[in-house]
Design a protein around this ligand. Structure first.
Ligand code: DSN
Length: 417
């Protein structure tokens, strides 16, 4: 029965309403963004560029896409913007088509060191036929080993340096990598999926301003958008990028979510800086509070984090799998995560967990609530209270945080059904 689907959605909403959402790749959209999902735009096709479509009926879709491109260019001071990729992997695949040829060598951050699968052989980079070489990585700084990278680059001569990660605690040396790339006539691409909202909010450096040729990103992690993606680049690469997107990897893109994205950019322009500052303050506070309770929080010597993320080595508690299950049982939702020393096959029970505070920040939580979350995590993992007691306490804690902030009209976080 169709009503079963709505019942499942309602149950999901209820579950989320009573949980603490800490998945680093998720966020909430505002009601203004969600309203666009119901628009007729979602039934239409708009293949091709603004003003050069292959179907009639695109007059107002063109206006929305042109406005969204214009606002994105201004927000990121970008020379060229393509908003048509429907996901981060699709954006990366298009960038690889534009920047490389099959058989080329690329430098990627390995998945255990935080890299995204699409930068690796198993996914988009492999589909393009690229030969992936991993950056030398320094576990203590949780960053690239720049000296060793420079040496390896001289020997291997990659065509493309891929930066940006799924586990990214600290800024990456974009400027320095660009200098290495220039010497060997290579390009630099930064996957900013995780930090797009922090770049927009000016608490994280803009890789395009540091010399990256191309920036790809999904738009729904620290950014306020619905689930889609974008590519920004130097003007000199515009034609190649556009051709790689359409007709390369996209025919139609999703026009209802394009409209939602345009609203999200407006929200970012208006509220992004205040939000992004609070995200980083929250991440540092939660990391510190967990460290004070005896947890092995990575990046200890460097202030734990400069992003929305925290990484914790939980081997002492049996590993990431039992820990994430135990936390889910009380209503704390996060993911188990490989850490740099884990073999890549270790995905079933890796050493770590990853926490992201962007969604709870959008719900209005501040430093005080981060301390409370650290305490909930500690009580659950050390079994100082029963699952039932903690579930109740977490539901109670969530009562004051049920609306989406940093938008033009504050709204219920789980509205619509
Ligand atoms: N794997 C997702 C994450 O970082 O959670 C991104 O695709």
């Amino acid at each position: 029965m169709y009503s079963d689907i709505f019942n499942m959605i309602r149950k999901h909403n209820e579950m989320m309403r009573n949980s603490i959402p800490l998945i680093a790749s998720e966020n909430l959209t505002s009601e203004l963004v969600r309203k666009c999902y119901l628009a007729d735009f979602g039934h239409r096709y708009a293949e091709g560029k603004v003003g050069e479509r292959y179907y009639a009926g695109c007059k107002f879709i063109d206006e929305v896409e042109a406005l969204a491109i214009d606002l994105t260019k201004k927000l990121f001071d970008a020379e060229h913007v393509n908003l048509q990729p429907i996901s981060g992997v699709v954006a990366n695949l298009a960038a690889f088509y534009a920047l490389t040829n099959p058989g080329d060598i690329v430098f990627s951050i390995s998945v255990p060191c935080g890299g995204h699968i699409s930068h690796d052989k198993i996914s988009a980079a492999g589909l393009r036929g690229l030969r992936v070489v991993y950056y030398p990585f320094d576990v203590e700084t949780m960053n690239l080993d720049l000296k060793a990278t420079e040496k390896l680059a001289k020997d291997v001569k990659p065509k493309l340096f891929i930066l940006g990660s799924s586990l990214m605690l600290f800024r990456q040396p974009v400027k320095e990598i660009t200098e290495i790339a220039e010497k060997i006539d290579a390009k630099v691409m930064f996957d900013a999926s995780h930090v797009l909202g922090l770049i927009a909010g000016k608490v994280f450096p803009n890789p395009l301003k540091e010399g990256a040729d191309v920036l790809t990103a999904s738009t729904h992690k620290t950014f306020f958008g619905p689930q889609r993606a974008l590519i920004m680049s130097k003007e000199s690469l515009a034609k190649k990028i556009d051709r790689a997107v359409f007709p390369g990897v996209i025919s139609n893109h999703h026009l209802h979510s394009l409209a939602g994205y345009a609203i999200a950019v407006m929200e970012m322009i208006e509220f992004g800086e205040e939000y992004a500052r609070q995200v980083v303050r929250n991440a540092k506070t939660l990391a510190g509070a967990l460290y004070d309770r005896g947890y092995k929080v990575l990046g200890e010597k460097f202030g734990f984090t400069e992003t929305h993320q925290i990484a914790i080595d939980v081997r002492a508690f049996g590993g990431g799998d039992p820990v994430s299950r135990k936390l889910e049982a009380v209503g704390i939702v996060l993911n188990k995560n490989l850490l740099p020393w884990d073999p890549v096959e270790n995905t079933a029970n890796p050493s770590g967990i990853r926490i992201g505070v962007q969604e709870v920040t959008r719900l209005g939580m501040k430093e005080e609530e981060m301390i409370a979350i650290a305490e909930f995590i500690d009580l659950a993992l050390k079994e100082k209270k029963s699952v039932e007691e903690l579930r109740k306490a977490i539901s109670e804690f969530r009562k004051d945080f049920q609306t989406v902030k940093f938008t033009f009209e504050e709204c219920d976080a789980y509205s619509a059904l």
